[in-house]
Design a protein around this ligand. Structure first.
Ligand code: GCU
Length: 330
């Protein structure tokens, strides 16, 4: 597996510049993501490709690498920083260890309204504030994709906080997730997205947490038959761009790439609508039961974390306040 990845990467890096049929040179722009090719993130990436190539097709060719074929997001972030991969669709949770500003969305129950959350993350001014350290991070967020609401799912039903006690759940890498699981009385097992299926199968973990698409796209519903609507997080996926790449663009090219990112965001949001209902229907056919719970019981367990996280990262306060106000206004 590692060899396959290494050679895929070698090929990709080697094809940095290719000769077009007219003899002109084109630069390959690589976008990596970890979803299958029907997922809204992928459709967003396709929209990005089409936009760039329709405007700058003589100079750039966009290659999309779905399914983490270039490696798990945590690894590809290093390639983004080096500049050998130019764009990555990545959950904010995976960015936390690079820049604490991104821990904002890991704060459990920051949002309780998905409508407020969608509006908040689609605001370009919010993206700018999140990316305030872009010049030192080595990457810049250029679009936000919705990823719905994260919930627990497991082999055994979770009907209340008591059912989480002592169980092991896979979470996305990031310190806030570990603290959240501790507050719930469970154990956090951080691992990358692509490792979750076999970890469930081999009972390394009792369950995981995600939106409904993980049940179907990633087939976790084959193993976990109970999905509980505790609604603990709404974490967006961000399209981030490599500074090494952006800094070489002319202002005119940069404008087109930014427009392409905005187009990708629009298409992803549009594709998200309906995808959850379709996934629920398919998961139900797979035998998954959806359980409604007293969300406040879960929320009360982790609310003390809000203060802890803000004390730890005071720079988050203005965005936290803006998110809270947006949530309260709906
Ligand atoms: C969602 C999200 C991904 C993320 C994944 C995970 O599917 O869209 O960006 O990687 O959750 O839990 O790792």
């Amino acid at each position: 597996m590692k060899k396959v990845l290494a050679s895929a990467l070698a090929v990709a890096v080697a094809s940095l510049v290719l000769t077009g049929c007219g003899g002109e040179e084109k630069q390959i722009v690589r976008i990596s993501h970890s979803q299958i090719d029907t997922h809204p993130d992928h459709l967003g990436a396709v929209a990005f490709k089409n936009y760039v190539e329709s405007k700058l097709g003589d100079k750039f060719e966009v290659s999309i690498y779905p399914n983490a074929t270039l490696g798990a997001n945590e690894k590809v972030l290093e390639l983004i920083k080096q500049g050998s991969v130019q764009y990555l669709v990545v959950s904010t949770a995976n960015l936390e260890s690079f820049d604490k500003m991104y821990s904002l969305f890991s704060i459990p129950y920051l949002f309780t309204s998905e409508e407020a959350y969608d509006k908040f993350i689609s605001d370009p001014a919010i993206l700018k504030q999140l990316g305030v350290n872009a010049s030192t991070d080595g990457f810049e967020p250029v679009a936000a994709f919705t990823a719905g609401t994260r919930n627990f799912y497991a082999k055994e039903p979770i009907k209340g906080v008591a059912d989480l006690q002592g169980k092991k759940f896979r979470v996305q890498a990031g310190p806030v997730n570990v603290a959240m699981m501790q507050a719930f009385g469970a154990a956090a097992t951080p691992m990358s997205f692509g490792e979750v299926y076999s970890a469930l199968q081999q009972s390394v973990i009792d369950g995981a947490e995600n939106n409904e698409l993980a049940l179907t796209d990633q087939k976790h519903g084959e193993i976990c038959k109970y999905f509980t609507y505790d609604m603990h997080q709404m974490c967006p996926d961000l399209l981030v761009a490599s500074n090494a790449f952006l800094s070489k663009l002319t202002p005119e090219e940069r404008k087109i790439f930014d427009e392409a990112a905005a187009e990708a965001q629009k298409v992803e949001f549009e594709a998200w609508k309906g995808s959850i209902d379709a996934a629920k229907k398919k998961a139900t056919e797979m035998g998954v039961q959806f359980i409604n719970v007293d969300v406040n019981e879960f929320r009360n367990k982790v609310l003390p974390l809000h203060e802890q996280i803000l004390n730890d990262t005071p720079a988050l306060k203005p965005l936290y306040d803006a998110a809270s106000a947006a949530n309260a206004s709906v």
